[in-house]
Design a protein around this ligand. Structure first.
Ligand SMILES: NC(=O)c1ccc[n+]([C@@H]2O[C@H](COP(=O)([O-])OP(=O)(O)OC[C@H]3O[C@@H](n4cnc5c(N)ncnc54)[C@H](O)[C@@H]3O)[C@@H](O)[C@H]2O)c1
Length: 262
C-alpha cells in the first residue's frame, strides 16, 4: 500500500517511533495524518509539524478508540491505514529473583496497551474496512514478540500476544481485502529505550526512529506481514524454530552474563 492521498492514524504518535511514522507519512503525501496519544501536548506538537490533527486518546480504553475512529472518519473520511503503535515497557529487571516479580498492575497495563488496544482497533475498524473492500493495519509489536525480552516477562508475553493477534487478523480478514503488517524492531533510540537498562535489545545496534519509519514505508509498499528493521531477527527466528531447546539454553546463558554485568 501507499499512503499518498490517504487518511492515516498513528497511536503513540507524540514520541519516538510514532512521531517518526507521522512525519514520514506526511512526506509520502498522506492526505491527513492523525496523531493519537495519551500525551495531548506532544500529540498537538507533532500534528502541527505534519499539518495533521491531534487526538487525545488512551488506547487501553475501548471507548477512546471507538470515538477516535468515528471522529476521524466523520471529519476526514475512511481511514486507509491504522497504526497501533502506542506501547509500554514495564516490569524490567535483569536481577529479579523471580521472573514473575512484576506487580499485577504492570501486567494489566501492559496487556491493555500492548495487546487489547490492537483488538479494540480491529473491533472498531474491521466492519468499516470490510464494507469498503479493504484497509490496512500496522501493529507495532517488537522483536521481543518473536524472540524474547531478557529482563521482562511482561514485555515478552504481551508482545508475543500482539504478534499472535496480528497473525489472526491477517489470516481471518485476508478475504475481506484487509492487510496487516506487524513491526518488530530491536533497539530504537526513543524515550522508551532510554528508560531501560542496557540489554540484548541494543546488541545489534540501535536504530533511529527515522530508520524504522523508512523500513515501514518499504514494508507497506511490499505489503509484507513481518517488518524487521533489524534483519538479524529473521536469523534468530530460524535458529529458535530449528532447535528450540538449544535456543533456550543460549538465551539462559545470555541472561546469566547480563545479570553478572548488571
Ligand atoms: N524503542 C524501542 O527500542 C522499541 C523496540 C521494539 C518495539 N518498540 C515498540 O514501539 C512502540 C513505540 O515505542 P517507542 O519506543 O516509540 O516508545 P515511546 O515511549 O518513546 O513512545 C510511546 C508513545 O506512546 C504513547 N502512549 C503510551 N501509552 C499510551 C496509551 N495508553 N494511549 C495512547 N498513547 C500512549 C506515549 O505517550 C508515547 O508518546 C511501542 O509499541 C514499543 O513497545 C519499541
Amino acid at each position: 500500500m501507499r499512503v499518498e492521498g490517504q487518511v492515516v492514524v498513528v497511536t503513540g504518535g507524540a514520541e519516538g517511533i510514532g512521531k517518526a511514522l507521522a512525519r514520514r507519512f506526511r512526506r509520502e503525501g498522506a492526505r491527513t495524518v492523525v496523531v493519537a496519544d495519551i500525551n495531548e501536548v506532544g500529540a498537538e506538537a507533532v500534528a502541527s509539524q505534519v499539518g495533521g490533527a491531534a487526538y487525545p486518546c488512551d488506547v487501553s480504553r475501548e471507548a477512546d478508540i471507538r470515538r477516535l475512529v468515528e471522529t476521524v472518519e466523520g471529519r476526514f473520511g475512511p481511514i486507509a491505514l491504522f497504526c497501533s503503535n502506542a506501547g509500554v515497557a514495564m516490569g524490567y529487571d535483569l536481577a529479579a529473583d523471580n521472573v514473575a516479580f512484576a506487580p499485577n498492575e504492570a501486567w494489566d497495563r501492559s496487556w491493555a496497551v500492548n495487546v487489547m488496544a490492537h483488538v479494540f482497533a480491529a473491533r472498531a475498524l474491521v466492519p468499516r474496512m470490510r464494507g469498503r473492500g479493504g484497509g490496512y493495519f500496522l501493529n507495532t509489536a517488537s522483536a521481543a514478540g518473536l524472540l524474547s525480552q531478557i529482563g521482562s516477562a511482561v514485555y515478552s508475553a504481551t508482545k508475543h500476544a500482539a504478534v499472535g493477534f496480528a497473525e489472526s487478523l491477517a489470516i481471518a480478514h485476508r478475504s475481506d481485502g484487509i492487510k496487516v503488517s506487524v513491526l518488530c524492531p530491536q533497539g530504537v533510540d526513543t524515550p522508551m529505550l532510554r528508560g531501560l537498562a542496557a540489554g540484548p535489545q541494543s546488541a545489534d545496534g540501535v536504530l533511529s526512529p527515522d530508520d524504522v519509519a523508512e523500513c515501514v514505508i518499504r514494508g507497506l509498499a511490499d505489503e509484507s506481514f513481518l517488518i524487521l528493521p533489524h534483519p538479524q531477527v529473521a536469523d534468530y527466528m530460524r535458529k529458535k524454530t530449528a532447535d528450540y531447546d538449544r535456543w533456550i539454553g543460549g538465551m539462559a546463558k545470555l541472561q546469566r552474563a547480563l545479570r553478572g554485568a548488571a
